[in-house]
Design a protein around this ligand. Sequence first.
Ligand code: F6R
Length: 615
Amino acid sequence: MCGIVGYIGDRDVVEVLLSGLGNLEYRGYDSAGVALNDENQIKIFKSLGKLKVLRENLEAHKSELKAPKSGIGHTRWATHGTPTTNNAHPHTCNCGSLALVHNGIVENYKELKEELIQKGCIFKSQTDTEVVAHLVAHEFAKTHKLEDALRNATKKLTGAYALCVMHKDEPDKIVGVRKNAPMIIGLGDGENFISSDVPAIIEYTKKTIYIDDDEIAVITKNSVKIYDKDGREIQKKVEMLPWEPVALSKLGYKHFMLKEIYEQSDVVRNVINGKIFDINEPVRLPEVNLTQENLKTLSRVKIIACGTSLHAAMVGKYIIEDFTGIPVDIEASSEYIYRKSNTDASTLVIGVSQSGETTDTITAIKQAKSTGSHILIITNRPDSNMARLADSLLSVNAGIEVSVAATKSYTAQLVSFYLLALHLAEIKGSMEKSKIESIKHDLIILPSKIEALLSDTKTIKDCAKKYSGYKNFIYIARGINLATAYEGALKLKEISYINATGYPAGELKHGPIAMLDETMPVLAVLMPGSIVYEKIFSNCEEAKARNAKLIALTSEDTPAIRSLFDDVLIVPKVHEFLSPILTCIPLQLLAYYIAEFLGKDVDQPRNLAKSVTVE
Ligand code: F6R
C-alpha cells in the first residue's frame, strides 16, 4: 500500500526517488516524502497529497541542496494517524541523524513508544513508524553500525514491515530489512536501488535480488551485501525481472485502466499460450505439481481470495464443480483466518491474488499450508510473497497492472481457472470429450470476440452518460454470471463512488425489490444457454413493474429484449460457460466511462490501494 524507494549512486538522487515514487503512485497514497544524505547531513522533505506537491516542495528548496549522493523516499497510505505532513515518512530521531521509511504495521508500537518516551524520545507524529526510527537511533548509539542497529531494533518489533534507513554518520549506505512485506534490491553499475516493488526500479535495472524475511540488506554505491538474522553474510540469487519499462506507459490512452481494459484480448492469448495447442490435445499445465493419482482422488477444493480475486474464485468454483464434480468452497481470506480451519492434506487450497501481496490472503494461505493442504497460487506476480508459498504456481501473465481497479488481471485469473478446471476434468475423465473440445475451441477464439466487443463502445459510452447521474444501482445475474454482477458493481463503486450492489436475480424478491423505483436502475446480465436466462428475464419483468430503469447485458438482440429493457449492451455470442470472460468487459467500461463523466480520479480512486498489505 505504501511505497518505498532508495537510491545510492551518481544520478540525480531527487529525480530517481521522485520517478520511482511516481511509478509506485498507482498503489494509492495520501502523502509522500524523501530523505537525502547531502554532504553528511540528513535533509527531509515531506508533503501532503500527490507527488507533484512534493516535487514542488523540493523545487522550492533546491538551493538548500548541495550534492545528495543517496536518498530514500516513501508514499504513505495512512494506517496510524491521519494523513498529515508530520505523519508522512521519512521519520527521524530526536537529533535528526537518521531517516527511516516503513511499509506495514508495527503491532506493539504503543508499548515501545511508552518506553521510548521514558528514555527521553520526543515524538512528532502519531505513527507506529516513528517508534522504529527512535529505536534504531538508540541501537546505533551502542554499535555505530547501521545494519547492527536495524537488526537489534527489529528484534523488538512485532508485526509486518519493510524498512529502509540512512544515517548521517554512515553516509555511504542504505540499509533495509523486511518481514511479511515485500522488498527488492535493484543492481546497477556503480549504483544500487532498493524498493518495495518492481515499477520503482524497472526504468534503471532489471537485475534484482529478492530479500527474504529477517534478512538485512546493506547497499552502497558499489556493493550489495545481504545478512541473515544472526548477522552472517549470505549469498543470494540475482534474478532478471520479467517486465519491460513500457508496461508503465499509458501508450496514448487517457488512463491506465482504459489501456488495461483494451489489453484483455492479448491477455487471454497470453494465458492460453503454451497451454492449449489443439482442441484434441489435453491442456498442458505442468505448473500443477500434483501427481495424476493425487488429482484423480482429490476430494475437495477450497479457494481463498479477496475483492475482485474472490469474484474470479466464484467462477472458479462454478466451473470446477461443473466440470469435475469435486466440491469447491470459496471464502474471503479475512473470514477464513479467524475461524476454525477445516482444510487438511486431502484439500487442494487455491489462493488467488493479482498482487500476491494481500496480507489477508497470505495469512490464510499460511494457515492452510500448516494443515498439510497442497497450495496452488494463481497470481499475476510470480515474484510475490504469496507465490513463494506455492506448492504449485499458476502465473497468469497479465503484465503489470497499474490502475488500482483490477481489470485485465481478473480476466487472466478467469482464464487460468478455465485451464485448471479443464485440466482436472481431463485427468478425472469427468466431462464429455465433445464439451471439453467445444470449450477449448471457444477459448481459442475468445480474443477475437473481445476485440470485436472493444472495437465499438459507443453504446456503452452513451449508457454511461445517461446513467451517470444515478446514485444507486443493482446489478443482477444468476448462475455462472453472478460473479460478473458482483464484479461489475464493485468496479462502479470503486472508481465512481456510486452505490452499486451485485445481487442474485432470484433473491431480488426476497428483500431488495422493496428499494426499486425509478431512481434505482437494475442492470441484468442475461446470457443465453441455460434455464437461468428465462428466469432472469422474469426477474427483470418484476423490476420493471416497480418502475426501475432496466439495462440488459446480453448477446441476444431480440425484440423481446428491446421492448423490456430501456438500454441494451450487446456482447458477441459465446458459450455460456465462457461468458464471464466477455461480460465483465462492458461492465468495466461502463464503470470507467461513468467515473470519467463524473471527473473522478480513475486510476487512483480515493482510499484504495493496489496491494492491501494490512489486515
Ligand atoms: C478491485 C481490486 C481489489 C483486489 C483485492 C485483492 O479492483 O483490485 O478488490 O482484488 O484487494 O487484491 P489481490 O487480488 O491483489 O489479492
